[in-house]
Design a protein around this ligand. Structure first.
Ligand SMILES: Cc1cc2nc3c(=O)[nH]c(=O)nc-3n(C[C@H](O)[C@H](O)[C@H](O)COP(=O)(O)OP(=O)(O)OC[C@H]3O[C@@H](n4cnc5c(N)ncnc54)[C@H](O)[C@@H]3O)c2cc1C
Length: 318
């Protein structure tokens, strides 16, 4: 059966959910194989999980040289696996790092590349472009299709496979190791999920009025086990950090559920959340543009609605 390569992303010794989604999606194209690129010993902790989600093979490109450098060695390693496996497609999740790896890989393989796909039909990919105002279907016409998929585009489904280990020797060029990672600072994060790949996101907008009120958004998010986002108006006001901004000039999210609280739904905000599966909006203005794309809308004062919602959800989940 045709082989489909999936670059395995991991954190804290666990395969990231976005990779499990890709292994699931890859089954519609052929037989998924995971590619683990990293420092020595990286694959050992990931293998069982990759097997659980359908990886027939796990290509292991491990070297401490790879870990000490930025994206270039990973592209080289992935190209080495592609040369060995002749896959029908190569899938990566759409993180900033992976998009750069994908671009370098496309040059190395002389192949076409599709970014930020949200669906696959064979090797045809669906993308939302121009601030998600237009949906296009794109297909690579040259080389091996390299496709980066937005997190949450597929629901991960288990399907046990052998995960046969295949070591891949990687030779790095001087160019690959020219840039060295000098220091790594681990971002402080609480118990909430990461915004970019969370399956539920609750975002607050200027409607919250002031920074001190943002805890209304956080409490609602915590009742749902959600990540917390914000509109640019909230970020520009200095009420929350820029990392939380959803939209054209912030993070793009595509969760199963997006709750927009006190957000008008400007085109630049919509560009970053429009592909969410279910959108719920709470806004006191019935004419707010967010209601044009909302699946469920509550016209009301967020200071009444959000705390009641939090209370009810907390009660039901207890
Ligand atoms: C180049 C460019 C890039 C941009 N990039 C982004 C981006 O990445 N992300 C982004 O978000 N924006 C972005 N913007 C800004 C964008 O155009 C909007 O200005 C911004 O999204 C508005 O944020 P908001 O919806 O929170 O505020 P507003 O538009 O002021 O909306 C506030 C909403 O809250 C409602 N409200 C007020 N009080 C209550 C209440 N008590 N209860 C319920 N509802 C209430 C109001 O009815 C209103 O609809 C960008 C703009 C430009 C020009």
């Amino acid at each position: 059966m045709a082989e489909v390569l999936v670059l395995a992303d991991s954190a804290d010794g666990k395969v990231k959910k976005a990779t499990l989604e890709l292994l699931t999606a890859a089954r519609s194209l052929g037989e998924p194989s995971a590619v683990v690129v990293g420092a020595s010993g990286t694959a050992a902790s990931l293998k069982d999980q990759l097997a659980e989600y359908g990886a027939a093979k796990v290509y292991i490109a491990e070297s401490d040289d790879i870990a000490g450098h930025s994206v270039a060695p990973k592209a080289t390693a992935l190209a080495a696996v592609a040369a060995q496996a002749s896959p029908v497609a190569i899938l990566l999740s759409s993180s900033a790092e992976n998009k750069e790896i994908a671009a370098r890989l496309a040059v190395k393989l002389d192949s076409g590349l599709i970014y930020d796909a949200v669906d696959l039909d064979g090797t045809s990919a669906t993308q939302q472009i121009f601030g998600a105002s237009i949906t296009v279907r794109a297909k690579v016409t040259k080389g091996t299709p390299i496709i980066t998929m937005r997190p949450n585009s597929f629901a991960p489904e288990q399907s046990t496979a052998a995960a046969e280990e295949v070591p891949v020797p990687v030779e790095l060029s001087d160019g690959d190791t020219a840039a060295r990672i000098a220091d790594t600072v681990v971002e402080e994060k609480g118990s909430r999920p990461q915004l970019a790949d969370a399956s539920v996101v609750v975002s607050g907008g200027r409607g919250i009025g002031k920074a001190e009120n943002f805890d209304i958004i956080e409490k609602l998010a915590d009742s749902l086990g959600a990540a917390v986002g914000a509109s640019r108006a909230v970020v520009d006001a200095g009420w929350v950090d820029h990392q939380m901004q959803v939209g054209q000039t912030g993070v793009t999210v595509s969760p199963q559920l997006y709750v927009a609280v006190g957000i008008s739904g400007a085109i630049q905000h919509r560009a970053g959340m429009q592909t969410s599966k279910t959108i719920v909006a709470i806004n006191k203005d019935p004419e707010a543009p967010i209601f044009e794309i909302a699946d469920f809308g509550v016209v009301g004062d967020l200071f009444d609605v959000a705390p009641q919602l939090t209370e009810e959800i907390t009660k039901r989940r207890a």
